[in-house]
Design a protein around this ligand. Structure first.
Ligand code: 13P
Ligand code: SF4
Length: 302
């Protein structure tokens, strides 16, 4: 089948299965094109929680599909590529977190949504890159154990200085490798461009930015700002929407290394196969799911 035939088949299967296709902003262009909704972690969690379709085909990485299942246990949640994981999420386990909690008995555990259901179940509240500051501000205790992203955690610590944030040592392999020297070089090449970065970048890169936000917040910022040129400091997948929605504006990627290999595993073929064979289904232990849901629900109330 050629690309257009696959797209037609996907549309037919979607109806037959009563499915909705959701895609994260880092998915390849072809996958974003066939999706019903494209967004950041928070927007997609909310969308999945309020959607009435029987099947959610989640084009992203495993923790995102797991979050959809935690919030909507009655639905069949499918991840088209079963090995699409998030290395940062794997940098904290429930067991290691339990040990760390013993060292900080009064601390509230905030876990980034980029974490397993087991880690969410061990945490008090979840956050995403778009609401981490609000989540931390909503907590009355001073001591906060923030897992697993040290870079998002240190950005939150800067923005909410009244809290004592204990950082886990996790990081995103894609954002963490961007160097501040690359910022100077690209800024020199494009002095009239605004630099928009994701808070998973290292502190010196985040400090050098004109705007810091989640993938959706970056996309929204570029759309609403009157500036013509932007340097984008997050995974290259966001360029699809940025270019589609702003044909008159120019976007430069901050670093050629801004590509997440796990997000790129899902192709048009994987979407077709997933709907055709109804794979790979996400299943969670019910006790873990219920505990993890508490952390997500607490976040969604904010
Ligand atoms: P967003 O919630 O900003 O889309 O980020 C998810 C992610 O994995 C970033 O690397
Ligand atoms: Fe995980 Fe980084 Fe990929 Fe996001 S970009 S899914 S944090 S590895």
């Amino acid at each position: 089948m050629d690309k257009n035939q696959i797209k037609e088949e996907i549309i037919k299967l979607k109806k037959q299965r009563d499915a909705v296709i959701v895609a994260h902003n880092y998915q390849v262009d072809d996958v974003q094109e066939v999706s019903d909704v494209i967004g950041d972690s928070l927007a997609l969690s909310k969308y999945c929680a309020n959607n009435s379709k029987k099947v959610i085909l989640f084009c992203g990485v495993d923790f995102m599909a797991e979050s959809a299942k935690i919030l909507s246990p009655e639905k069949k949640v499918l991840l088209p590529e079963k090995d699409a994981g998030c290395p940062m999420a794997d940098m904290v386990t429930a067991e290691a977190l339990r040990e760390e909690k013993k060292k900080h008995p009064g601390a509230v555990v905030v876990c980034y949504i980029n974490s397993s259901a087991h880690v969410k179940a061990e945490s008090d509240i979840c956050c995403t890159s778009s609401n981490a500051i609000d989540v931390v501000k909503s907590i009355k205790e001073k001591d906060i154990l923030f897992v697993p992203d040290q870079n998002l955690g240190s950005y939150v610590a800067k923005m909410v200085p009244e809290k004592n944030i204990i950082l886990w040592k996790g990081f995103c392999i894609t954002h963490h490798r961007v160097k501040v020297e690359e910022v100077s070089k690209v800024r020199e090449l494009h002095p009239d461009a605004l630099l928009l970065v994701h808070p998973e970048c290292q502190k010196d890169v985040v400090d050098a930015a004109d705007f810091v936000g989640s993938t959706k917040q970056i996309i929204d910022y570029a759309k609403s700002s009157s500036n013509q040129k932007y340097i984008i400091g997050t995974e290259m997948g966001v360029l699809y929407k940025l270019k589609r929605d702003n044909p008159d504006k120019t976007f430069y990627l901050l670093s050629p290394g801004l590509i997440c290999p796990n997000m790129k595993k899902t192709s048009l073929n994987s979407v077709y196969n997933a709907l055709n064979e109804m794979k790979y289904e996400i299943n969670l232990d019910e006790e873990v799911r219920i505990k993890a849901k508490r952390s997500l629900d607490r976040m969604l109330q904010i």
